[in-house]
Design a protein around this ligand. Structure first.
Ligand SMILES: [Zn+2]
Length: 260
């Protein structure tokens, strides 16, 4: 199938489906300047073994080192801005074509783009909490104190160690994940965007959907089951989907050809 025919087929499936969800991963955020740490080009994980650096045991064993390794990257996530793919998913939700977004990303970009129903199954970086008294604080508070030389950043109430509200290795899955497993029940169309579908348990979710569309730069284990597979950047694909639907993206985003 030619690229444009794939776009038309996705639009047809979207209009036909009574219950559509999106499942997004790191690939949707690369155009926002966030590297996909699993892609062979950047290979962030080849430098830092995630089991050692972003795990609960690493945080407990040496919180100062945990923050020294992870906080710069997380601060960059929080400074990133949504791209056309995030805004397109927000538009699809508002127009009633999409129920919501299940995301593996912790960068809050779906929330920033204005999506209302977002299940952040690996957590997010808007808040953190104290590992001793459980008090919740803004993540910006943690980041500011780290920047000011306080490492590890500590709870304002009890001086306990703070931890971000992300799902670390060795953590159990969060409430959003359990909600996602329920909301995906009866899903007629799942748009997989920027996920290579290799991280479990999220990688098992497509099995619940009646039909799958995969928009990812590299092949996934679900490609054979998918109705449409497009190995292109999410931003390009969603600009074309929105154009085919006759929907505008906010501001200049939908119209890059005339925008320099
Ligand atoms: Zn505390």
């Amino acid at each position: 199938m030619q690229y444009i025919d794939k776009i038309k087929e996705i639009v047809r499936l979207l209009k036909e489906s009574q219950k559509t969800l999106a499942l997004t991963g790191a690939g949707i955020s690369t155009e926002s300047g966030i590297p996909d740490y699993r892609s062979p080009q950047t290979g962030l994980w080849e430098k830092h073994d995630p089991i050692k650096t972003a795990s609960l045991s690493a945080l407990k064993k040496d919180p100062a080192q945990f923050y020294a390794i992870n906080l710069e990257r997380w601060t960059a996530y929080n400074n990133a801005k949504p791209n056309p793919a995030h805004y397109a998913l927000e538009r699809l939700e508002k127009t009633g074509l999409l129920l919501g977004v299940i995301t593996q990303n912790i960068d809050s970009l779906h929330v920033k783009a204005g999506s209302n129903r977002v299940w952040e199954v690996h957590g997010h970086l808007r808040t953190c909490h104290c590992m001793s008294c459980k008090a919740e604080h803004d993540f910006s508070n943690l980041a500011a104190r780290f920047k000011g030389g306080e490492n590890p950043p500590r709870c304002l109430k009890c001086s306990g160690i703070l931890r971000p509200d992300v799902v670390l290795f060795e953590d159990r899955m969060n409430e959003d994940f359990f909600q996602a497993t329920q909301v995906i029940s009866g899903c007629q169309l799942l748009l997989v965007v920027g996920s290579s579908l290799t991280v479990y348990p999220v990688a098992g979710l497509p099995g619940v959907a009646k039909q799958i569309v995969i928009i990812n730069k590299t092949p996934t284990p679900w490609d054979e089951e998918a109705a449409v597979v497009i190995n292109e950047s999410a931003g390009r694909v969603f600009r074309d989907i929105m154009a085919e639907l006759g929907e505008q993206l906010p501001g200049e985003l939908g119209n890059t050809a005339e925008n320099h």
